[in-house]
Write a protein that binds this ligand. Structure first.
Ligand code: AKG
Ligand code: FE2
Length: 211
């Protein structure tokens, strides 16, 4: 008689599969009006695995808001982790620490909070906005975004108008950092799309008081 053998990846193997690369390959795109965008494709190896774990373990929140006297669903799922909260996965704590080290001199303070957005399909989106609820409305700051799952386009456009729209597909462990005056002088969005796209999770790292 044979025993059934269940082949399960060990915790060690899972941890080894998930790895952040060095940040020294980051490339800066000068957007104009004092804004810039740093990009590093594939910063996190094993990002698809992290995507699956976050889908399963994060307490996702569906929100609604009032619009023109109607209540509408916010078209994405959300989760937020304040400065003193444990991130939903240890590798995200490592990512925050690595970003804080890399940008210490330029940012002058560490990244603190985590915000997560889960775009289930092409109908999920975020409309044009700047992260201007907090200090980003008045001061230069940074918002770093790690993307896992399937790529979605992050679009950026200057508030001053003009045709210049930057479009970056982000997924599978890609990193971008919006910096300088980006939250004041530019807007960003993840547009809806009719193309068949897979699900994506965006993990945003922000300093205290930036939202
Ligand atoms: O999904 C993204 O990468 C952008 C999310 C975003 O702009 C926000 O939550 O403020
Ligand atoms: Fe934003």
């Amino acid at each position: 008689m044979h025993d059934t053998v269940h082949l399960q990846p060990s915790l060690f193997e899972e941890a080894a599969d998930l790895r952040l690369g060095p940040l020294d390959g980051v490339q800066r795109l000068v957007l104009g009006d004092g804004a810039w965008l740093d990009v590093l494709p594939g910063w996190l190896r094993g990002a698809d695995q992290l995507f699956e774990q976050l889908v399963a373990t994060v307490p996702w929140r569906a929100e609604q808001r009032e619009m023109y006297e109607r209540t509408v669903d916010v078209p994405r799922l959300l989760a937020s982790y304040p400065a003193d909260a444990e991130p939903p996965h240890p590798v995200l704590g490592e990512a925050r620490a690595a970003l804080s080290r890399h940008y210490a001199a330029e940012l002058g303070e560490p990244f603190r909070t985590l915000g997560l957005c889960y775009y289930r399909d092409g109908r999920d989106s975020v409309a044009w906005h700047g992260d201007r609820i907090g200090r980003g409305a008045r001061e230069n700051t940074m918002v770093a975004i790690l993307s896992v799952g399937e790529p979605r386009v992050l679009a950026l456009r200057p508030r001053s108008g003009g045709a210049a729209v930057v479009r970056r597909p982000l997924g599978h462990g890609d990193l971008v950092v919006m910096g300088g005056s980006c939250q004041r002088t530019w807007e960003h969005a993840v547009p809806k799309t009719a193309r068949p796209v897979g699900p994506r999770i965006s993990i945003q790292f922000r300093p205290r008081g930036v939202a």
